[in-house]
Design a protein around this ligand. Sequence first.
Ligand SMILES: Nc1ncnc2c1ncn2[C@@H]1O[C@H](COP(=O)(O)OP(=O)(O)OP(=O)(O)O)[C@@H](O)[C@H]1O
Ligand SMILES: [Mg+2]
Length: 360
Amino acid sequence: MAGWVSNLFKKKEFLIGVDIGASGIKLIELDLTGEKPALRNIGYAPVTGEIFSNNAISKPEKIAEQIAALLESNAVSDKRAVTAMPGPSVFTKKIKMQNMPHSELSDNIQFEAANFIPHNIDAVRLDYHVIGTSGKNQLDVLVVAVKNEIIDSFLSTLSLAGLETAVVDVDHFAVQNMFEMGYPEDISKTVALINMGARYAGINIVRDGISLFTGDIPVGGKLFTDALVAELGVAADVAEKLKRSPNGDAQYPQAKEIVDKNVEFVASEFNRQLSFFWNASGAEEGIDKIVLCGGGALVPGLVQEIAEKTGIECTLADPLRGVSVGSSFDALYLKEIGPLMGVCVGMAMRQPGDRVVWQD
Ligand SMILES: Nc1ncnc2c1ncn2[C@@H]1O[C@H](COP(=O)(O)OP(=O)(O)OP(=O)(O)O)[C@@H](O)[C@H]1O
Ligand SMILES: [Mg+2]
């Protein structure tokens, strides 16, 4: 009874997912108290110029200002947030450990990690997850490490925006979280989740709720824009428009050919790297399906070309598929920004106390 009373009066806490990308900031708040996650707030702010230097945020004041403006325009009053590290900044390794009490595991992993992490152990934040057992006495452990300077740049940016960081996620794992919530019918398949942003395509190959492989391919939406700028001599905003035109543009008849050529290049890279990664990881079964999200995946023809080059079924995810969306939200706006929200939906599903890379 006492528990029931205290639950009833306890203020519900909602964590705000804040995804800081090279081309835009995404913000989502979900209400996780019902049967299905419900959208409370969603916002997007485009970013101009370079804001990252080696995956650390190099313009914290500018980004913080934009986050604060998004919070204000969406009337978000909560103060605790989830942020996600860019996949390429994260070092992950699966190791086997002797089974031991959790209290000892942490120290032992810290000690072991010093041997395989390519940075000074004092220069990184470390986290781990026990992902299974092999044999009687062994644990399979996924170790995750991020350089302090990168994580700190995100924490201080959020802090400048008036937010406290409750959970630090990794974009690959956030996409997995979104996928498992929105696509439960595909959980037992071997699925390559690909989040293609502006800078890179993050890959997380999953099955039965377990990440089997993570890696990155250095191709993103920016590649198409840069090619159009270089070959046509147009400004970046014109190139952005051209690459979104599936039927080409009368004023720039060569644009479609340039986009198509790069679609073919990117699809070939995916095919090459995916099979390389997958063979190197020692997997015996094939990949059943490729599921894409992120703005880079929206370039006309890319999804079809990847399916053709890889011979694997390939679809575009709708990150809001598993989320209930009230009628007060603008459907047209959601259609436009929804596809960019894969990482952010997964982040907004984290609960206080979840451990991904680090928690308070
Ligand atoms: N409708 C569209 N058609 C084609 N490309 C698009 C479309 N919408 C967005 N993009 C491209 O997608 C990219 C932005 O996607 P996203 O928001 O997922 O990236 P990001 O998170 O900012 O980048 P990163 O994760 O690499 O830091 C940009 O290159 C943009 O030009
Ligand atoms: Mg991104």
